[in-house]
Design a protein around this ligand. Sequence first.
Ligand code: NDP
Length: 268
Amino acid sequence: MTIDLKGKVVLITGASSGFGEDAARLFAAHGASVVLAARRIERMQAEVERIQASGGEAMATPVDVTNRADIENMVKSVLENYGQIDILFNNAGFGRMDWLEALDPARDIHTQIAVNLTGLIEVTHAVLPYMLQRNNGHIINMSSVAGWLAAPTFSIYAATKFGVRGFTDALRREVAHRGIQVSGIYPGPAATEFSEHTGKSNIKKGFKLPGGITMTSEYVARQVLKTAKHPRRAVILPWWFAPIIWFDGAFPTITDWIQTSVSKKYHN
Ligand code: NDP
């Protein structure tokens, strides 16, 4: 069964750039009323104007997902304007990749956990009661391939994204019988502003991804839209990360050996 997005109210966090911004445009093009939420309000306002100019329905609301009062104001503003939330796309996040001892405790450790994991949980906690009231809704959580595969310099990022996966799976099993779907999105590398915030570790400088491996932001956003139309438990992108994830689970000693040799080369 395909879910018709026309008239659905979609709340997207992290909608000022990358996957969130592209998803906002795509959801609006499919007839949904879209609420863009993030800290950079001018960026979102510009996207809202583009959506409205092409006949779509959208609004922007400022939120720092590490701030509970902001989250509550965001939810209040969506309900005042549209009366309900049908789809929550929990997408806000960032990554700081470096050797653990090189990470700054406040900016790189606490804030990364506060945005990627605690923020996502708190936004869900604030929205869920309104979905439960209607026995209807879909929560789509942005994790990462790093929510399955833990690589050197990804210690905190992987901790947050493994956390998102655990939260997603547990919540799905809690609320499925109340008519609420919960999906996890697990992308590999994609071209967004994400890489501008990841830091300058020597592994990043020395270790280049093979050409052609990086997805476009629009491609990932299209898969999110597809997930909203056909809810799935987990969406791994691109598909060929699925056998790699399986391999890691089946033969962790081999993955340890490969990844340790990378660390030996760059961790000095
Ligand atoms: P971008 O940097 O383009 O987007 C990140 C978004 O998160 C921005 O809209 C930013 O908005 C928002 N954000 C960051 N901090 C906060 C905060 N405290 N409160 C509210 N919003 C915040 O990167 P992507 O589009 O790539 O990232 C989106 C998600 O996808 C993230 O969760 C990321 O971990 C995940 N991901 C990305 C991959 C990639 O390779 N690009 C791969 C796998 C997963 P603002 O600064 O305006 O607040």
